[in-house]
Ligand binder design. Sequence first.
Ligand SMILES: [Zn+2]
Length: 175
Amino acid sequence: MSAIQKKLEAASEQYAASFDKGHLILPPAKKYLVVTCMDARIDPAAAFGIELGDAHVVRNAGGSAIEAIRSIVISQQLLGTTEVLVVKHTDCGMLTFKNRDAYSRVREHLGPPAHAELTARSFDFLPFPELDEAVADDVEFLRDSRLVPEHVTISGWVYDVKSGKTRRVPDRPRV
Ligand SMILES: [Zn+2]
């Protein structure tokens, strides 16, 4: 067993010993969903005040709403959530490369067939050059998507990995 696997087992033992939340129901009690980055420095529950059972948290590289759309539709249509918060963060890895860089890295490390697969799929790693713009783009994407009903409340945020603070990104005027 790997050291990480042992760590999971030990943590599980300790967690379950005092666990008393087995009564929670499947749909999120506070009916909201947070999309955020997979960055290891973000603790969504602590930083955004999410209690167990309250919300869905979807994490991926960059906190992409486009990548999260499958989960967002399931969350809203099958489990009744009615609000989305998109939270990206300072010092995000997605600010540091472009698609062509990721494509070259794949070719170099995984070989031409892997690179060809990316090309065949027109694969987009969804990097972004500017943080607030990327948040506003994702909010706009969700507002414009036919997969997200009009009544859903959508907002965009930036978490600062240095201070631990999260600030609101102003909404773009709707056209
Ligand atoms: Zn990130």
